[in-house]
Design a protein around this ligand. Structure first.
Ligand code: OFO
Length: 174
């Protein structure tokens, strides 16, 4: 299945972005583990695992359409933050950046009239809306808890997050 050069390049760039996302969240986990916020740390551990799945779907889509994926150089990530709230705010910022990248991909697929790619990317459009909503909700709740005892309750809630493989993958697994 042919793909334009521009779209192929954006797909490969997205593999790097999703991999970088994993490392952004491992950096956040490291910061939170160091402060013994183990529940929040778990939240970001799971978030990092999900990023690997996002990354993998892009690889699988390329393989499925007869292309080789590339492994591009990753960016260095930090594990320094100011607070739990800061971590979640930076997480939301990061997700907004990724949403922008997905829209760029979609724009290119639209320009190419690559209907199959658009269908694949629909999954990510929905996923990014959910990611942004999830981070915004946690930010609101953490702001309400204001470093009081409510923070411990939120930490315990975050500890319960588990990794669940999506039941509706956008591409057939290899
Ligand atoms: Fe891959 O959604 Fe987050 O970054």
């Amino acid at each position: 299945m042919a793909m334009s050069k521009k779209l192929l390049d954006l797909f490969n760039e997205q593999i790097k972005y999703e991999y970088d996302s994993r490392n952004v969240y491992f950096g956040m986990e490291s910061y939170l583990r160091d402060l013994s916020w183990d529940g929040f740390a778990n939240f970001f551990h799971i978030q990092a695992d999900e990023e690997m799945v996002h990354c993998r779907y892009f690889m699988e889509y390329l393989a499925f359409t007869g292309h080789k994926w590339e492994m591009r150089a990753l960016d260095e990530q930090t594990n320094e933050y100011e607070s739990v709230l800061d971590v979640f705010k930076k997480g939301l910022e990061h997700e907004k950046l990724i949403s922008g990248r997905i829209k760029k991909l979609y724009d290119q697929a639209f320009e190419d009239r690559d209907y199959h790619a658009m269908k694949f990317l629909d999954w990510y459009i929905q996923e990014q809306a959910e990611e942004e909503d999830n981070f915004s909700t946690w930010i609101n709740r953490i702001e309400r808890a204001k470093d009081g005892p409510g923070m411990t309750i939120l930490d315990q809630e975050a500890a319960a997050r588990t990794f669940v493989l999506p039941t509706n993958p956008p591409v057939k697994p290899l």
